[in-house]
Every structure is written in structure tokens, then in C-alpha cells.
Design a protein around this ligand. Structure first.
Ligand SMILES: NC(=O)c1ccc[n+]([C@@H]2O[C@H](COP(=O)([O-])OP(=O)(O)OC[C@H]3O[C@@H](n4cnc5c(N)ncnc54)[C@H](OP(=O)(O)O)[C@@H]3O)[C@@H](O)[C@H]2O)c1
Length: 326
């Protein structure tokens, strides 16, 4: 099978290699990958993954199953975000544990479906497992136009009927967050508390942070309501002063969507349930794909360009690539 691996000579480049097609055992599916999408994690781990195939988000067709697989059979169309500890989706075939795989929404092409899994899982787990949001309330999504923010806005607005304010600093990204369902957009490069006050919000009940946590930590401590909750999906290079949240009794959680597969947690199969719920919501027209850029067929060159585009820090929504015909 074809695999597109990080070049050993230059980890900004990729090389196409022939590898043996793996055989599924246990809970694994062997999936023929039809399309993939990029996430910042691809670019963050690339320097440490010479000679390895990257790629997390994928959409494809099951071609063989391990002996313990119960939910899928050959021919099923599936989508998933994969496991950060295993070989990636930048290959014509990939093994993936059925507990973290959902059925692909039938209304989407593979490339549109591949844009969704990693960001949907992060947004869903952040909102419903960490923030435990219920109907209503106000939510601030910091970095609303990136992949995760775009899904967090859609879910909070269209599924949980919250008042959603999202941050975006350009006209195009502000327009995008509103198209995802945000009631208002504010600029994360200016005083966020003052902009929220101007909109009539002294505080917000919850914050979903999708940007470097240290950068916006003080603003979050100021904006969050007493008894409120913050979830962040981006680590901090410096220690955070949690005492800033003490007097307001604010809860702070981290969300990392690879936790369940990395530690083989007993609730790992909730990722299958989440992806299946997202597929239902897409088919019902509640959620839409966030694919904004189709970068064509995956080659070493298009993949390197896609990484550069993701690293520019200006992505709105998601970038996808189709796997060449095998
Ligand atoms: N923990 C997890 O499981 C998990 C999962 C997925 C992603 N992540 C992490 O979450 C982060 C976001 O990833 P993503 O794919 O959603 O989006 P992304 O593609 O990294 O986000 C691009 C957007 O970032 C915005 N941005 C630039 N500077 C900003 C700032 N100072 N404050 C706030 N936003 C800013 C830009 O908006 P403007 O141009 O409007 O400024 C741009 O549209 C990444 O660090 C990624 O590694 C973590």
C-alpha cells in the first residue's frame, strides 16, 4: 500500500513509500482511506515523526475486521480521528479500533466527512463531558473560526440553544463564526471584557478556549461568571495561576480528544457514540461540514503545502485532501 511519510532528511517534507498492508486483529478495522483532513496536531508532532505516516482525521471504507469487531463489517463507510499513538491516515489503508470509529454521514462526500471527526469529538467532549452544558446560558468560544471553535459554536447554538459569542479578528473569520451560529463576534486581539460589556454581558457562564491557554488566561479569569466553568483544549508553555479563579469558585478543565484512545479508558467507545450522533445531526441538517479548502489529491507536495497552510495560523474551518486511487 501507499504511505506518505515524513522525510528523514527534512521533516517539513513528505515521501511516498510502499508498505505492507496490515491485517486487522482484535477490535481493529482495516479501512481503505478515501480522504483526510489536517489539524494543528499533524504539524505539531511532525518534527518527531520522521519516516512515519501522520494523519488523524479520515473517512473511508472498511475492507476487513478483527475477530472481536461487533459494530462494522467490510463495505461500511466510516469516519474517525484515530489514535495519536498509532500509524496515521496518510496512507491508502489504516488500522483503527472500532470503538473510536463512527459511521460516515451518508449526506457527505468523504472529504466533507473527513473534516469533522477530530474537531467534533473535541467540541462535544469539551461541551458535554467537561463543561456539562445544559440548555441555555452564555458561552464564549475563544478562536471561533478554527476547526474546533466552528463545531463548538454549532453544537452550543443548534443543539443546546445557548447564547454564543465567538472570537475572531478578521472580517472573514467574524462572518464565518456567525455563519456557524454565533450570536455575536468579538475580537480576541482587543479587550474582550469591554467588548462583551458593550454587548450587554458583564460575564459569561462558560468559556471554551481553543487558543494557547496562557495568552487568554487573565482575560478568561475576568470574563467568567462566579461559579462558571472554563474548558481549554490547548496546553500552556508556562504554569497557570489557578488562584486567579479561586474567589469566583470557577472550575477549569482540560479537554484532549486523544485521552480515551491513548489510555484505553473504559469509556473509549463513547467516541463511537459521539461520532454516530454527529452523523445523525449532519443528516438531519442540524450540523454542517466545516470543510472550507479542498487541497486536491494527496501527494508528498500537496501534503507539505497543506501543512504550511495549517501552520499559517489563519485557517477558517478545515482543509481536506483526497487519497489517490489505489
Ligand atoms: N485538546 C484537543 O483535543 C485539541 C483538539 C483539536 C485542536 N486542539 C488545539 O486547538 C487549537 C486550535 O485548533 P483548531 O484546529 O480548532 O484551529 P486553528 O486552525 O489552529 O485556528 C485558526 C484560527 O486561529 C485564530 N487565532 C489566531 N490568533 C489567535 C489568538 N491570538 N487568539 C484566538 N484565536 C486566534 C485565527 O482567527 P483570526 O484570524 O480571526 O484571528 C484562525 O482563524 C490548536 O492549538 C490545536 O492544536 C486541541
Amino acid at each position: 500500500m501507499k504511505a506518505f511519510v515524513v522525510s528523514e532528511q527534512n521533516t517539513d517534507q513528505f515521501v511516498e513509500v510502499e508498505q505492507e498492508r496490515p491485517t486487522p486483529t482484535g477490535h481493529d478495522l482495516l479501512v481503505e482511506v478515501k480522504a483526510v483532513s489536517l489539524n494543528p496536531v499533524d504539524t505539531k508532532v511532525r518534527p518527531q515523526r520522521a519516516n512515519k505516516a501522520l494523519g488523524f482525521d479520515a473517512s473511508g471504507v472498511v475492507v476487513a475486521v478483527g475477530e472481536e469487531v461487533k459494530h462494522y463489517r467490510p463495505g461500511d463507510e466510516v469516519y474517525y480521528a484515530g489514535d495519536i499513538t498509532r500509524a496515521g491516515s496518510n496512507a491508502s489503508f489504516q488500522l483503527v479500533d472500532e470503538r473510536i470509529v463512527g459511521r460516515k454521514p451518508i449526506s457527505l462526500h468523504h472529504i466533507e466527512a473527513a473534516a469533522l471527526p477530530l474537531t467534533s469529538l473535541t467540541a462535544w467532549e469539551g461541551l458535554y463531558e467537561k463543561l456539562k452544558v445544559k440548555e441555555g446560558g452564555t458561552l464564549l468560544v475563544i478562536n471561533g473560526a478554527g476547526g474546533v471553535g466552528s463545531l463548538a459554536i454549532q453544537l452550543a447554538k443548534r443543539v443546546s440553544n445557548m447564547t454564543v459569542i465567538a472570537t475572531a479578528s478578521r472580517a472573514a473569520s467574524q462572518e464565518w463564526v456567525k455563519s456557524m451560529g454565533a450570536d455575536a463576534a468579538i475580537n480576541h486581539r482587543e479587550d474582550m471584557a469591554a467588548q462583551l460589556k458593550a454587548l450587554g454581558h458583564d460575564h459569561v457562564d462558560a468559556i471554551f478556549n481553543c487558543y494557547n491557554t496562557d495568552v487568554h488566561f487573565d482575560a478568561m479569569a475576568e470574563i467568567i461568571a462566579p461559579g462558571g466553568q472554563i474548558v481549554s483544549i490547548v496546553s500552556s508553555p508556562t504554569p497557570l495561576d489557578m488562584t486567579k479563579l479561586f474567589s469566583k469558585g470557577v472550575s477549569f478543565s482540560w479537554e484532549f480528544m486523544f485521552t480515551k484512545s491513548m489510555y484505553q479508558t473504559t469509556d473509549m467507545s463513547t467516541q463511537r457514540d459521539i461520532l454516530n450522533s454527529v452523523a445523525d445531526l449532519v443528516e438531519q441538517g442540524v450540523l454542517v461540514t466545516t470543510l472550507t479548502e479542498n487541497a486536491g489529491t494527496l501527494t508528498p507536495e500537496t501534503l507539505a503545502q497543506a501543512h504550511q497552510r495549517q501552520e499559517s495560523g489563519s485557517m477558517i474551518g478545515k482543509l481536506g485532501l483526497s487519497m489517490p486511487q489505489s
